[in-house]
Design a protein around this ligand. Sequence first.
Ligand code: NAD
Ligand code: ZN
Length: 385
Amino acid sequence: MLENIIRLAHTHRILFTRNVFSARNPMLKDLLKLEQPRKKPRVLVFVDEHVANENRDLLEDIMGYSEAHAEVFTLVDCPIVIPGGEGCKNDFRLVECCWDAIHDAGLDRHSYVFVIGGGALLDLVCFAASTAHRGIRQVRFPTTTLSQGDGGVGVKNGVNYFGKKNWVGSFSVPHAVVNDFAFLESLPARERRNGIIEAIKVALIRDAAFFEEIETMADDLAELKQTALERVVQRSAELHVEHIATSGDPFEIGSARPLDFGHWAAHKLEQMSKFTVSHGEAVAIGISVDLVYSRMQGILDAETCERVLRLIERIGFATYSRHLLENGRSGEPAILEGLEEFREHLGGELTVTLVPRVGEKIEVHEMNRVKILNALVELRQRQQA
Ligand SMILES: NC(=O)c1ccc[n+]([C@@H]2O[C@H](COP(=O)([O-])OP(=O)(O)OC[C@H]3O[C@@H](n4cnc5c(N)ncnc54)[C@H](O)[C@@H]3O)[C@@H](O)[C@H]2O)c1
Ligand SMILES: [Zn+2]
């Protein structure tokens, strides 16, 4: 056997700004100048339809920016507008549409695809871009609290297939992520709230001080105040990327997925609700299930469990959904199938992250099904109380 180790180093960049396409904002042109290719890079832009509708000047600003900085890059076509939201990940033809656009624009491996939108559109377009020519550079511009603080700053993409979340996709480190806080202002309230739960999640597994900070900001967060949201999104993004960059397993070769704390139930719940429960709402419930479960298993003390559930509720999230106790084909609540699907997604051993203390995590390889059901019943009673 001839064995060689192939080491790859990637640079992950996040830039925080406001109004990135304002002609006076030099951030983007400076970013493109970082690598000085002999030829001016070609850039193709994809935009989430809702973002374009809510930010009327955006498309013009993008074109104006490219004209103002024509010496740095070439915008090869008008921005391509695609309806965002989870639906775009359920329609594989849209992947082909992105490939068509990339092909027609003659992009090569020195070109850039810019994607401006929510996490769903980022997942779709980055999947297409990372498979076209085996990978075209991506600059992501997440426009929701959830994607700016979590999904959009990560290294994964993908679409839903076989009715399963993110069944097809790839790992791909973006050239850069531009978190433009001005985009958050056009978000509907429900979407503004969604990102807060991923911040709570990452604080719970990594940073007790940040968790306390979120508690002190809870009233402002419940009112979805911009300054509080920006702080929480920024720290959440930092912690997510810090984990990806330093945990030693950015492409999830092992079985541990600590950033997916609360997600085994969340992914299944999203699917069971036919995606009427949003990812953020599902994660709030998934975390609640795992907290109550952990308390029942003696992993977490009752006081901490209650403290976290209260925070989740104060921010305005539900901790239970009527879909949780719906039966699946086996006659058992379908949510339990989520455990096997979670394991299947990675292969290998079931590994679920739980939180024994705020800021710390443990991994378990078995979950007691009866106790999970007891936790669901308790959360139902809590909601009815
Ligand atoms: N790749 C990853 O690592 C990763 C991690 C976490 C989540 N995700 C995925 O991200 C998706 C959820 O992303 P999301 O929470 O950003 O929601 P989303 O992309 O579904 O967007 C929610 C809605 O808001 C609209 N929208 C987006 N930005 C807007 C803005 N600024 N103004 C007005 N409307 C706007 C969208 O068009 C959509 O209708 C899920 O598919 C989830 O699986 C991926
Ligand atoms: Zn998530």
